[in-house]
Ligand binder design. Structure first.
Ligand code: FE2
Length: 178
């Protein structure tokens, strides 16, 4: 279950109903998938082969297809990040820049944890995501994604048009590092 930390005040938003309400207010889609659908040999694994990734997508097919039908996604893949990822430090530095996209950015966390830092109506907030959390940052909304101290995550990404998913840097004087 996701937790929210509001950067201006340090206040936490916890509990399913409160988290959903806060994200809805900020136009961020949020849902939860049952990760017990994932075969046990793929749970808590971060070094996934292409065959493992395909098996993971097959296990979540029902959820992926219903979300895609509702929201127009046509492609999906799996991203796995951990200290075993080559150049992880460089990748994280690249990720941790506020940016926008010309389509929404969707992630379904299937293992580990991650943080979306999102510009909301009252400033930036962090959404700390756990397995099963599904989130979509709206098109054009400044944000970035990073890892938690656990430093490992597996997520399904869904796209309307993968070519639209190029990061446009967004230099924002309102953004302050936590
Ligand atoms: Fe992004």
């Amino acid at each position: 279950m996701a937790t929210i930390r509001i950067r201006n005040t340090g206040a936490l938003v916890e509990g399913d109903a409160q988290v959903r309400a806060y994200l809805t207010q900020n136009d961020v889609y949020y849902d939860h998938w049952d990760v017990q659908q994932i075969p046990s040999h793929l749970q808590n694994r971060f070094d996934l082969s292409d065959a493992d990734k395909n098996e993971l997508l097959a296990a979540l097919k029902g959820d992926i297809e219903s979300l895609s039908a509702a929201r127009g996604y046509v492609k999906w893949d799996v991203i796995a990040l951990s200290d075993a990822t080559p150049n992880i430090e460089e990748l994280l530095k690249k990720f941790e820049q506020v940016h926008t996209h010309t389509e929404d950015e969707v992630r379904a966390i299937t293992a580990g944890s991650g943080i979306f830092v999102i510009k909301g109506k009252d400033g930036y907030f962090d959404v700390i995501l756990q397995p099963g959390d599904v989130i979509s940052v709206p098109e054009g909304n400044p944000h970035f994604f990073t890892l938690t101290e656990e430093r490992q995550v597996v997520a399904v990404r869904l796209f309307i048009d993968p070519s639209g998913w190029v990061a446009q840097p967004f230099a924002d004087p309102e953004f302050q590092q936590a």
